[in-house]
Write a protein that binds this ligand. Sequence first.
Ligand SMILES: [Zn+2]
Length: 67
Amino acid sequence: MRLLCVTLGHKPDKTRVWNDNVDFRAPCARCGAPMMRDEKKAWRLFDHEKDGSPGRKLHRHDKAADL
Ligand SMILES: [Zn+2]
């Protein structure tokens, strides 16, 4: 995790937003951490344990190591 992400929080890369069938997702523009837009339309880190759902499609760039 980059220092800017630690101090300012992650910043979604709006040019790489995609829809996984449930929510909008995007990687952090600085460190590449997976993020999602929650029901309040606020971006936050994607948590595979809490946010994982069978309805979600995997992005072709998702790495198996993330799961
Ligand atoms: Zn980040």
